[in-house]
Design a protein around this ligand. Structure first.
Ligand SMILES: C[S@@+](CC[C@H](N)C(=O)[O-])C[C@H]1O[C@@H](n2cnc3c(N)ncnc32)[C@H](O)[C@@H]1O
Length: 324
């Protein structure tokens, strides 16, 4: 059994945030080095409007998420934003862990089906047990390109991947798929004449505009050949199985979370309904069981179910498609 695959899932859902704050504080030196490395990334022009906005809103989605899943690649502003969210919506942490666990299971599923190339957009920080470890555990020759808009996530990724000739991390914007597809590292590692798994996990809800989100997905689909995979997860407001009171609670949580991301990061967030999420899979045959809440997608017998039989409480839907 691959123990790393489930390590995130093992933490108790009610683990006090302070328990993870200490190790993070201890990594101040790493954080400084990372900031310096990030500053050296040419894609982030020092005086661009983007970097000015980032300076005003110093928390980022990548590092807030890293904090949710118990990582150490985050700064005080990220921890403060994450803590504010957790205080009002404690389920956000187990939901993030369940999302990462889905991603791992879906990557293993694809690798075991013979997929040897992975393009992970909105990858976050490729900490232990991420795509390259799972894919290369199945097939050491598997190739992985991580793409993220957050230069710190990219810098951390490059550090983690040092010495791995088949995996790299690049800075890119999902809304500029042409630049991602033309990137030299993508050209070097991904052969689009062969099946590739495009991974869009917990990233499309950072693209509030429907047209832009669909355009990005269609452009990526168009670049891939038959047999390619789409591994996708997306935040949602569950509506099919819950009563009015629970609906109201989800709506209040959504308001708090969207407010936090709008105020404190440069990436506003927008949940979508199941029917909207389904449309991202046009042109794909869905792998059974279709689009389900993250804990429900091919759970393994040794998984810890943090949602105690209430998977809709994860508020993240996910699916895997095979390109027709
Ligand atoms: C919640 S994290 C998900 C990380 C990882 N995919 C997972 O599911 O475990 C979302 C990531 O998307 C990135 N992101 C947000 N908007 C993006 C965009 N337009 N292009 C590329 N990355 C983006 C954020 O920086 C962050 O790292």
């Amino acid at each position: 059994m691959d123990t790393t695959e489930h390590s995130d899932n093992r933490a108790a859902p009610s683990q006090p945030a302070a328990a993870t704050a200490e190790p993070n504080a201890a990594t101040a030196e790493t954080a400084t080095a990372t900031m310096e490395a990030a500053a050296a990334i040419p894609a982030q022009a020092a005086d661009s409007a983007e970097s000015r906005a980032a300076a005003q809103k110093p928390a980022t989605a990548a590092r807030i998420y890293d904090y949710y899943i118990g990582g150490t690649h985050n700064f005080p502003a990220d921890r403060a934003a994450a803590e504010a969210a957790i205080a009002h919506v404690p389920l956000i942490r187990p939901a993030a862990r369940a999302n990462r666990a889905f991603l791992r299971r879906a990557v293993r599923h694809a690798a075991e089906a013979g997929i040897r190339q992975f393009l992970d957009i909105g990858s976050g920080i490729p900490t232990e047990g991420n795509v390259h470890e799972i894919a290369q555990d199945v097939a050491p020759e598997a190739r992985v390109v991580y793409v993220d808009i957050d230069s710190v996530a990219v810098a951390e990724g490059l550090e983690i991947l040092e010495g791995n000739p088949h995996a790299t991390s690049i800075r890119g914007n999902l809304l500029d798929t042409a630049a991602i597809l033309a990137h030299p590292s993508v050209a070097e590692l991904i052969d689009f004449d062969q099946p590739v798994a495009i991974i869009l996990c917990a990233v499309l809800h950072f693209v509030p505009d429907d047209e832009a989100a669909h355009r990005a997905v269609s452009e990526l689909v168009a670049a891939t050949c038959a047999g390619s995979r789409l591994i996708l997860s997306h935040g949602t407001l569950p509506d099919e199985t819950i009563d009015q009171q629970e609906k109201a609670e989800f709506a209040a949580a959504d308001k708090l979370i969207t407010g936090m991301y709008t105020r404190q990061t440069t990436t506003p967030v927008r949940m979508r309904e199941r029917s909207d999420i389904e449309t991202f899979f046009e042109g794909y045959d869905l792998v059974e069981p279709g689009i389900v809440f993250v804990p429900e997608w091919h759970p393994r017998p040794d998984d810890v179910d943090e949602f105690a039989g209430e998977p809709h409480q994860s508020a993240i839907l996910a699916g895997v498609g095979i390109r027709q």
